[in-house]
Design a protein around this ligand. Structure first.
Ligand SMILES: [Fe+2]
Length: 405
């Protein structure tokens, strides 16, 4: 099935609406899409939209060379393995940079410049594999994991928008270094489980100023990277810090990484709060459109992330539960899924491409914000699965992976 954009007035009963001409959050319609059941549905849609996207049959050319399921699974595993090879080099480098930054200014960013072309190539080839792998915790500290998560998502989104390779390189480099100044914020404040005092919050905010000191003399750190890092907590309504800049005074790359920084931080677990679901966070970000973030940047970002974001959980119409392994853009209702749970029992993780013809009878019933009973699906499980796939292992879950921490 493909998607076709049509005016609301051309809708007919039985058509399945998969996307609107505006974000779902702005309407009473559920984000999972819905079937038109009559004139009432069309009249309701007309109140909000001029155009919508509906599913239509594909005109498939039979090449006689269809990929088999094992071929697809092997391709997914290879993509994940290559992505992890690239990201593990960045983790090692970032660990070194954060340690160095705690005690002295960085001398050079040549290491990032050397690795970045490989990451840009990899994201061009398979952005979802990199987004997935960057979301897995690998036992490294939060600062390193978050820097890489932010970098991968920012570059993937910018590349999706058609930004040049040089612009993506600069953006990715800056995204890695947004929070390098955290290396100088006392650890007991960063790891404090409760609410921060005003003084502690001010100490955290100083990470932006520390970053300027850390990066000022670093070879390979141009003015643009410095500006992006300096402005990643600015908000277009002037409520950000450290300068309270407004609107166009904040460059587009700064605004993009600010948005991605928020999304990745809010969907990650911290010592003082649990991770929020991608759906909750996107909804929250949408509430900040044109106050914190430009609407014309935020809305494409929400569409890029997808209705069922990569690394989020979904329940299928056949009762199985899995994690979204990648998108089939623009068919956002039919992602690639890694199955993990059948009914209430653990399943051997296996790959299911919902866009494949043989899976046309299965759909996503809903996104899941919390793991269902019998399935303690948290970052620990992602880690186990990702490690198995990265090693080219069997994909079998570790013992106890589904039964709690
Ligand atoms: Fe920050």
């Amino acid at each position: 099935m493909a998607e076709k954009k049509i005016p609301v007035d051309e809708l007919r009963s039985g058509m399945f609406v998969v996307a609107l001409d505006r974000p779902w959050f702005d309407t009473p319609f559920g984000a999972g899409g819905f079937e038109i059941r009559g004139q009432e549905d069309i009249a309701e849609l007309r109140r909000y939209c001029r155009h919508v996207f509906v599913e239509v049959e594909d005109a498939v050319e039979d090449t006689g060379e269809q990929e088999t399921a094992p071929d697809q699974e092997a391709a997914v595993e290879n993509a994940l393995r290559r992505a992890e090879e690239t990201l593990s080099r960045f983790r090692a480098l970032l660990g070194d940079l954060f340690r160095e930054a705690a005690g002295s200014p960085l001398a050079s960013l040549a290491g990032i410049d050397a690795l970045m072309p490989g990451l840009l190539d990899g994201i061009d080839e398979d952005s979802d594999a990199h987004i997935w792998q960057a979301r897995l915790e690998r036992g490294c500290c939060y600062d390193v994991a978050h820097a890489l998560d932010c970098c991968v998502l920012a570059v993937a989104f910018a590349s999706h928008l058609g930004w040049s390779r040089q612009a993506c390189h600069t953006l990715g480099k800056a995204a890695l270094l947004l929070d390098i100044g955290m290396a100088r914020v006392p650890r007991h404040i960063l790891d404090k489980p409760g609410r921060l005092t005003a003084e502690e919050f001010a100490a955290v905010q100083r990470h932006v100023l520390y970053a300027q000191e850390i990066l000022a003399q670093a070879a390979g750190c141009g003015d643009e990277v410095l500006a992006i890092v300096r402005n990643h907590h600015e908000r277009i309504n002037g409520s950000g810090y450290p300068q309270g800049l407004q609107g166009e005074d904040i460059s587009l790359p700064s605004q993009l990484v600010a948005m991605v920084d928020c999304y990745t931080a809010m969907t990650s677990s911290r010592s003082y709060r649990d991770a929020r679901s991608p759906y909750q966070v996107l909804n929250q970000l949408y509430g900040w459109r044109d106050s914190y973030f430009r609407g014309d940047l935020l809305e494409p970002f929400i569409r890029f992330i997808g209705i069922y974001p990569t690394a989020s959980l979904v329940e299928l119409t056949n009762g199985e539960v899995g994690a979204v392994l990648g998108q089939n853009r623009p068919r956002s209702l039919r992602p690639k899924v890694l199955l993990m749970l059948e009914g209430s029992s653990a399943a051997s993780p296996c790959f299911l491409d919902l866009a494949a013809e043989e899976n046309s009878d299965v759909e996503v019933r809903r996104g899941i914000e919390r793991p269902p009973p019998g399935m303690a699906l948290d970052a620990g499980l992602w880690r186990g699965l990702g490690r198995e796939l990265s090693r080219g292992g069997t994909g079998q879950p570790r013992e106890g992976a589904f039964t709690g921490r």
